[in-house]
Design a protein around this ligand. Structure first.
Ligand code: KG4
Length: 341
């Protein structure tokens, strides 16, 4: 009988400490500790993030093993996020993975965080969960740090067709939300407000870039300047119109994202289209995916909410596929803060 393969995934690239266990490709547990400490600062404070990871990593891994019903000694290999991300945050997960792998004498598998987001579509929660994309497919990867259109040819062969030349979509939403004096992170707040607003109420500038690249800095400036003018007329403008502002901002961002995605799908003649990353939790973007599926015959793949933001399940499943290929990494492998898929 084949031996069961148990992969422990560890994710600590930004402000979520997460651990997950996958057995033979099926998810057994996925535990995440988020860090509320950053809310007061309106953004992630790297030093505070590393400290919180230090406090969280042991109990989070412990919980993941307990919920999976296994002991450390049952593990076959440890997959960890090597980058990109915040260096101090990454170090916590990378060092922990190294220590545990050394003590257990098992292999380590380094995972690119962005590939992890894309392969989140292959997380299976049970044997009958077979709704995964077929290769090749397109994936719109949209998070706080990235906005990319990726052609996914296999588990490990991915080509970035286009990406943002300045801000990421999530970053733009978060910054506009900050300008409106809303909380952090702005994405979920804008999403909630947008559902009660009119998306056609205001128009903001859209980029005019060739190819599949994105740009969101012009939109951010246009939002800021428009708001400044409206506030001169009515100091309570934001309070009076926050739903319409959120809906219009969200629509502009979704339109920008979908236009290039549609262009890539058309040019590459691909009908399987997925979305991944924190911004894929957005309802406006999800609705647009459903609309495009109807209009252009796309088969779409939208992750469960729990697999949109940073999580270790996506690291463990990527690790599982790398394990099958015996793609291990040496113990001296350092974290890397910058890299694309
Ligand atoms: O992938 P992620 O958790 O972290 C990284 O950037 O790696 O993405 C976080 C981003 C933030 O900008 C956050 O505001 C955005 O995802 N976000 C959303 C929603 N939920 C999270 N943006 C729009 N609508 C949402 N519901």
């Amino acid at each position: 009988m084949e031996k069961d393969i148990y992969i422990l995934g560890i994710e600590s690239s930004c402000d979520d400490t997460s651990a997950a266990v996958i057995k033979n490709g099926i998810l057994l547990s996925n535990v995440t500790a988020s860090q509320a400490v950053h809310e007061a600062y309106g953004g992630v404070v790297p030093e505070l993030a590393s400290r919180a990871h230090q406090q969280n990593i042991v109990p989070v891994v412990d919980q993941a093993l307990k919920r999976a019903g296994i002991e450390r000694e049952d593990l076959t290999a440890i997959a960890f996020t090597r980058g990109p991300g915040l260096m101090g945050s990454l170090h916590v997960g990378v060092s922990f993975a190294k220590g545990l792998a050394l003590s257990l004498g098992i292999p380590m598998i380094d995972v690119n965080h962005l590939q992890g987001h894309i392969l989140a579509h292959f997380i299976k929660e049970n044997e009958t969960d077979n709704d995964q994309p077929e290769f090749p497919f397109l994936c719109l990867l949209v998070s706080g740090g990235n906005s990319q259109i990726v052609l996914v040819k296999s588990y490990k062969d991915m080509e970035v067709l286009g990406q943002t030349i300045d801000d990421a979509a999530g970053e733009a939403i978060d910054k506009c939300s900050k300008v409106m004096g809303l909380g952090y992170p702005g994405g979920p707040i804008i999403d909630r407000l947008a559902r009660q607003g009119n998306p056609e109420a205001y128009t903001f500038s859209k980029p005019n870039l060739p190819g599949y690249d994105y740009s969101f800095s012009g939109l951010k400036t246009s939002f800021l300047y428009s708001l400044r003018d409206w506030l001169k007329e009515d100091p309570d403008f934001i309070e009076h119109h926050k739903e319409d502002l959120a809906a219009s901002l969200e629509k502009t961002i979704v339109d920008i994202l979908m236009k290039k995605l549609r262009l890539a799908a058309k040019d590459y003649k691909i009908r399987q289209v997925a979305v991944a990353g924190g911004v894929s939790a957005n309802n406006g973007l999800r609705n647009a995916f459903h609309l495009y599926a109807q209009k252009y015959g796309w088969k779409i793949f939208i992750p469960k909410f729990s697999f949109t933001t940073d999580n270790a399940a996506m690291i463990a499943i990527t690790g599982y596929y790398k394990y099958l290929e015996k793609e291990f990494c040496p113990i001296e492998a350092p974290a890397f803060s910058r890299v694309t898929v």
